[in-house]
Design a protein. Structure first.
Length: 177
């Protein structure tokens, strides 16, 4: 049996189950509301819109990282991440259309604030990937269609992989010193 660390674990009782703890049950029920459909759908749709709206700025950011990367290996890694992100935005537009019947277009104008250094850019990218995983899980929790769930799992696992790659580049360049 799986026990949540925040939920009081019943003591072993050879004569039978422990008495029901209604206060702990209520607290856990509130915590698990994050996983309930369809209440999460409006938030998920807003998060998809937010992801698509950031596309232009993200492309400028990836171009900066690729152009300032010191080695061909790093340029290849970041180019691969950028290409995955372009695919993700296309998938988000597709999901949004399937759920709402509306087409999300990327914004025409976006501002881009260049990081002070390549290491600052890697740090920003690494933190961005971590934040994306949390947001994309919220989208996943609102989905019911198996195909969309699979797409979201692919996007989330890509983001986790990107975080690992950025961590590698961050360490390789001595950014943590």
């Amino acid at each position: 049996m799986f026990y949540d660390m925040n939920f009081p674990r019943p003591a072993y009782n050879p004569s039978g189950p422990a008495p029901f703890n209604s206060q702990a049950y209520t607290q856990n029920t509130e915590m698990y509301n994050a996983y309930v459909y369809p209440q999460n759908l409006p938030t998920a749709l807003q998060l998809i819109q937010d992801a698509v709206e950031g596309e232009t700025e993200d492309r400028l950011f990836y171009s900066y990282l690729i152009n300032t990367a010191p080695t061909e290996e790093e340029k290849r890694i970041i180019t691969g991440i950028r290409d995955d992100e372009i695919k993700h935005f296309s998938l988000f537009r597709q999901i949004y259309f399937e759920l709402t019947g509306q087409v999300l277009a990327p914004p025409a104008n976006a501002s881009f604030q260049q990081p002070a250094t390549y290491c600052d850019g890697l740090k920003r990218a690494l933190l961005g990937e971590q934040n994306a995983v949390g947001k994309y899980r919220k989208i996943l929790f609102a989905m019911q269609d198996r195909r969309i769930i699979n797409i979201m799992v692919e996007i989330i696992t890509d983001e986790i992989r990107h975080g690992s790659l950025y961590n590698y580049l961050y360490s390789k360049n001595g950014c943590n010193v």
